[in-house]
Design a protein around this ligand. Sequence first.
Ligand code: KG4
Ligand code: ZN
Length: 336
Amino acid sequence: MRILGIETSCDDTGIAIYDDTKGLLAHAVHSQTTIHAAYGGVVPELASRDHIRKIIPLLTEVLKQADIPLKSLNGIAYTAGPGLVGALLVGASFARALGYALKLPTIAVHHMEGHLLAALLENPAPEFPFIALLVSGGHTLLIEVSELGRYFILGESLDDAAGEAFDKTAKLLGLGYPGGPLLAQLAESGVHDRFQFPRPLTERPGLNFSFSGLKTFAINTLKNTEGSFQDRADIAWAFQEAVVDTLVIKCKRALKETNHTRLVIAGGVGANKRLRQKLSQFIKSIQGTLYYPRLEFCTDNGAMIAFAGYQRLKRGEKDPLEIKVMPRWSMDTLKK
Ligand code: KG4
Ligand code: ZN
């Protein structure tokens, strides 16, 4: 079975082909970073227009990389949500039209299920059950994954997502967009422990997160300095430590409460080196195992959508021809 995956939920156009006997045959991502950087964030209309421009050239590129004809595909998977409605509609209309023309089953994939399953593309892949920490620009979720499609949300962010907090704090430190990786880079020059940021919601029980206060804490800390490069680097370090420690504390708690020892990290913030370092130290201490997708599959890509779509298509699921997107879509409602 050979599945085409199409991702257009935000500012990356991703296309990939997954084959159940040979694995991933090809994948390509076009990032729109340079288009949105001038505005300090994603401009939805510009995102939709760029997806339209890039989707066919990317498909051609991926077919060439895989060295297979379009007619050898057996199914099409596309991101139906959550995400920006206009951007989602580009991928959805394209996938449905192509499916209709080629008489192939088409399946709507939940973007976060894509992120969640991306670690299963790696070798060794995590076995079920496990705990997943999904940390992206739009979501922060701790999920108990009992099996494919059986997701129980243990905790989530009550305000800003972890990636969003990174991006907003980066912006106030004068960094570009997307700020997460730039802030992480600036933190490398930071003096450790000059500033101490809070670890929100860790003092009380529960697995929810709240990151918006850290941004305010960063603003106030910055105001009390001269705002030099070193001041900003020290704040970046302290901010990153606070987010990372908070995520580690909650993962620890989630594993303890559920008696699981396997932890999967996914989503853009999963690319953060300090997070990976601290989580792997902790996992070693409990003799558990940490899994994560390769760096390029932490951020948005078509491979995770092709793979998640394959898992559902192989079970005989498919969606009617109607072009439907769900800008807001809870993982709780996914088919088991
Ligand atoms: O999963 P993703 O590519 O898109 C969404 O579905 O949101 O995640 C993007 C987020 C952005 O907020 C970006 O700043 C953050 O992931 N990010 C990072 C790093 N790389 C990407 N945050 C911290 N450290 C990084 N190295
Ligand atoms: Zn994402």
